[in-house]
Design a protein. Structure first.
Length: 948
């Protein structure tokens, strides 16, 4: 307060008086008690109170007030309240009190006492102190004056405190938020934070200062810079021997193998002498070195071609990106000028030879070299390279192999032609090419090489080829095989057989052959006729015994029905849909049905329970769907199509069709009655009442039914707990086989681009995006049903909107394990929710997996939500490669990701961080946790620790 209070009309009305409190402590008060006179208007005003940027201030008043009834002889003008006002001003000079007007001030409130004192209290020295707090908002000027108006009360102002609230200095998420004055009214004040020392923004840090001085709704955060880690809300430098490569990494980690950091704040570790890190290598990867030389080179010479093979280097340098390059030199056998001894003169081969698949960058230790010159010496030097070979100043490690190509066979020099044979002769190659093992003769009709050719082999340098066509031109080629392999072909030669007739009439031998041929033909004809007669009688006998219905089903609607196989036939296959109903559904007379009560409403009408009594059969409990009045012919067909579909199925986990009523109205579909209704409602009603084995048994039944449907090539499209019915024995059966899939009344439906609706929360992403429904999309839906069963009918994705569900799934989000869910069941759900439909399990595999769990209940004891990092799968002790390790934790789909990132040894894997997994393409949080948890196990086996 700039100056002391001022009173009006005179200071003797509002007096500053010292009094003693209950503890005999003196205190200063301002009092007024002019109650004996009427029309009182006494003011007490403070000096200017500085606002200091506050938009909202609070006024705390402590006072005592005399009970008017305790004052003897006081007229009725005595008051027990007083008024409080304020006046905003930019000036330290207040309006004069002698001209004070209420219109110059804003009234805060009329103040009354909760307790007033009497004469007795005064005698007993009891101070009944009242405390009232009022707030003033919307302030904008330099300061304000407070004014207290007495209208005839007996008051003592003990204290007046004016204050405002502010949010204190705070540090959260490595961001510092300064001391902040609260806003006016109840509005939140948004405050931008600043990162603490050695931190940088990940997302702009913000918080909101509430009206009561508390911080709310932190948004964004800062992260420690590379080389620093968070400790107790501060960024501390990585100590020697540790590093942090990315701000996204949480902690400093130990330097990878063959690297070091001798200083604090390291963002990467330097490679040891002789080791290197490629430009594309992640900083968390161990430093590596060039590979050793390849081993055991083997050459196989084939004429002017050679196949080179070798074994991989013993030391790959710690990398998996080993490739090979082959260098070729051609040697003449002459000494180089100025050279001593008998050394050969060798020069690079140049562009002559052809390397298949390539000369440099070979992925496999094998290459075929063709188009070499015959009888020439070659030297091939094979080099192993990896990603750091170019960084090493050391000489390259090579292994060499010498090869001499062979000579070709001379051109055919002699031939003799006959009517159906040709005799060939040729010169052998020179002995220097090696001992001839055999010759290969290839021939074919001219212009017929692509259709047919013949290969013959002989150890002689001549051959007679028989069985040829008269008057036909043939092309012949010959090559030799020596100890060094096959040589080149010696050139092609065309020879024609003689033009004699194939069958001379005057030749007695040929006439004999003709006679025998005719006789044989007659005998063959007689045998064929006899076989036909016998076969016809045999077929007629079988047909006579065949059931007419079976005969009709052997071939119909463009489909062959094989014995022992069943395939779903779509009702639209029939030109007349009513034919499908007659084909697969049994007509029931309406007088055999007794309707008892309505149990629900379906898409086309009411659903009732009732009784069915067929001749010579016991009465059974049934469900009856009826078609509502006023239906169209299309609605009737759609209604009955479900019956024509159901009638094709016969499985204990598929709802059974008893028959239909189509000859009178209303049209009805009769199915078996399921006492416990839909699975979702049943589970909600009996929440927590079943054992895990019972729940697995329900899942197994549903999976068995879906396996049957998938084997019949039927895709359900709307598999959900609401479409599973449960009988009194807890047997679950798949239902709802309508074709139209009309879901107008279904709150879970969402529009697609074609205007139809599909249940987003249960549908696979490819079916949502492209309407691609397959058995694999049914598997996705089955995973959601598993989740519904374990959660006792909880709504998938809770209150998320359909669009949020679609976005979350596309970004890799999957439903977490429900409470007390066995980890093996949640893993099976995740397998069903693989983004690639080819990687989802088949229903047969799911049934087998659930059968194993039922036979081995102990596998269900480990719960998925027991600890955030717990993982039931740990690498086998015998795991020695990254591929085997990933397979052991069922993450084999990331083999190529690890290989491309350079993680090819288990040592390098030990230092993988969360950020590196993200860069590799491991986007799913669950998969990241699984891999990092397994890495922790690997570290534990080696006695080290890695921060993840």
């Amino acid at each position: 307060v700039a100056q002391g209070p001022q009173a009006y009309p005179s200071s003797y009305l509002w007096e500053e008086i010292s009094v003693m409190d209950e503890r005999n402590t003196p205190m200063r008060t301002y009092q007024v008690c002019n109650v004996m006179e009427a029309n009182q208007n006494n003011w007490l005003r403070t000096g200017l109170i500085q606002r200091e940027g506050a938009q909202r201030v609070y006024v705390e008043i402590k006072f005592t007030l005399r009970d008017c009834n305790s004052l003897p002889g006081v007229p009725g003008t005595c008051k027990e309240t007083f008024n409080v006002y304020y006046h905003e001003s930019n000036s330290a000079s207040p309006p004069p009190l002698r001209h004070i007007r209420e219109s110059q001030y804003v009234k805060i409130d009329t103040i009354a006492a909760d307790e007033s004192f009497t004469q007795t209290d005064v005698g007993d020295r009891v101070m009944k102190l009242n405390t009232e707090v009022r707030d003033i908002s919307g302030l904008s000027k330099r300061g304000l004056y407070l004014a207290f108006q007495d209208l005839g009360a007996c008051i003592a102002l003990v204290s007046v405190r004016v204050f405002y609230k502010r949010c204190p200095l705070a540090v959260l998420n490595l961001a510092r938020f300064g001391d902040t004055v609260t806003g006016g009214d109840s509005a939140l004040v948004e405050v931008r934070g600043s990162c603490v020392e050695d931190a940088e923004e990940l997302e702009a840090p913000r918080m909101f200062c509430s009206a009561d001085g508390g911080w709310l709704v932190p948004i964004g955060r800062c992260v420690c810079k590379p080389g620093f880690e968070e400790v107790d809300g501060r960024c501390q430098p990585c100590r020697s021997g540790f590093y942090k490569a990315s701000a996204m990494d949480a902690y400093c980690v130990k330097c990878p193998p063959h690297s070091y950091s001798h200083q604090d704040k390291a963002s990467e570790c330097v490679c040891e002498r002789g080791f290197h890190r490629a430009e594309t290598d992640p900083r968390s990867m161990a430093c590596t070195r060039p590979p050793s030389a390849p081993g055991n080179p083997i050459s196989t010479v084939n004429e002017t071609a050679v196949t080179l093979e070798w074994s991989p280097p013993r030391d790959s340098g710690g990398r998996g990106d080993v490739t090979y390059s082959v260098h070729c030199k051609k040697c003449s056998g002459e000494a180089a000028p100025g050279a001593s001894g008998t050394g050969e003169r060798c020069v690079p081969c140049g562009s002559g030879p052809h390397f298949n698949p390539r000369q440099f960058g070979l992925a496999h230790p094998r290459v075929l070299v063709t188009e070499l010159q015959p009888r020439t010496n070659y030297t091939f030097s094979i080099e192993a390279l990896n990603g750091v070979s170019d960084l090493s100043p050391s000489p390259r490690h090579l292994v060499s192999v010498n090869v001499t190509t062979s000579q070709t066979v001379s051109v055919i020099v002699k031939e003799r032609r006959g009517r159906d044979s040709i005799t060939l002769a040729w010169q052998a190659p020179e002995p220097s090419d090696g001992t001839v093992v055999e010759y290969e003769v290839t021939y074919y009709e001219k212009n017929q090489r692509d259709q047919n050719y013949t290969v013959l082999k002989t150890k002689s340098n001549s051959m007679t080829v028989e069985g040829l066509k008269p008057g036909t031109t043939y092309v012949f080629r010959v090559r030799a095989r020596t100890d060094g392999g096959y040589g080149n072909y010696g050139g092609e030669i065309e020879l024609e057989t003689s033009h004699e007739d194939m069958l001379a009439v005057g030749d007695p031998n040929q006439q004999t052959i003709l006679a025998v041929s005719i006789a044989g033909g007659v005998v063959l004809l007689i045998l064929l006729v006899a076989c036909f007669v016998v076969s016809g009688r045999h077929c007629g006998y079988i047909k006579a015994k065949q059931d007419p219905e079976e005969e009709k089903m052997q071939f119909q609607h463009g489909r062959v029905q094989l014995p022992g196989t069943r395939t779903y036939i779509h009702p639209h296959t029939y030109e007349d849909p009513n034919q499908a109903v007659r084909e697969f559904a049994k007509e029931i007379e309406v007088f055999n049905i007794r309707i008892e009560r309505v149990i629900g409403a379906g898409e086309f009408g009411e659903v009732c329970s009732g009784r069915l009594r067929l001749p010579s059969k016991r009465e059974i409990h049934v469900a009856i769907k009826s078609l509502k009045a006023g239906y169209t012919e299309q609605q009737r067909r759609d209604f009955l199509s479900e019956a024509s579909i159901m009638g094709q199925f016969d499985h204990p986990n598929i709802i059974r069709l008893e028959g239909v009523v189509t000859r009178c109205k209303p049209v009805m579909i009769i199915t078996e009655y399921m006492e416990n209704g839909s699975l979702d409602t049943f589970l909600k009603k009996h929440d927590g009442q079943f054992t895990v084995i019972q729940l697995v048994g329900m899942m197994r039944g549903i999976a068995a039914g879906m396996q049957y449907l998938s084997e019949m090539n039927y895709v359900h499209r709307d598999l959900a707990a609401r479409n599973i019915l449960v009988n009194s024995n807890l047997v679950c059966k798949v239902s709802d086989f309508g074709l139209s899939r009309v879901l107008e009344d279904d709150p879970e439906a969402a529009y697609t681009t074609r205007g139809g609706k599909i249940p987003i929360r249960w549908t696979a992403p490819e079916a949502i995006a492209y309407r691609k429904f397959t058995s694999a999309s049914d598997v996705w839906s089955y995973g959601i049903v598993m989740w519904e069963v374990i959660s006792y009918g909880e709504r998938p994705y809770w209150e998320m909107s359909n669009q949020d569900v679609i976005k979350a799934i596309d970004e890799g989000y999957r439903l977490p394990a429900p409470m007390d869910c066995p980890i093996v069941l949640h893993q099976l759900m995740l397998d069903c929710w693989e983004k690639s439909r080819s990687e989802r399990p088949k229903f047969g595999h799911i049934v087998n997996s659930l059968d194993q769990l039922i036979r081995n209940p102990s596998a269900l004891k480990q719960l998925a939500n027991s600890t955030i990092w717990e993982d039931p799968v740990t690498p086998e002790p015998a795991v020695s490669t990254v591929e085997d390790w990933l397979d052991s934790i069922k993450m084999g789909q990331y083999k190529e990701h690890f290989s491309n990132a350079g993680y090819v040894t288990l040592d390098s894997v030990l230092y993988v961080s969360v950020s590196e997994l993200g860069k590799m393409g491991v986007a799913l949080t669950g998969h990241q946790k699984k891999i990092l948890s397994s890495i922790q196990s690997l570290q534990a086996q080696q006695g080290t620790h890695v921060q993840v």
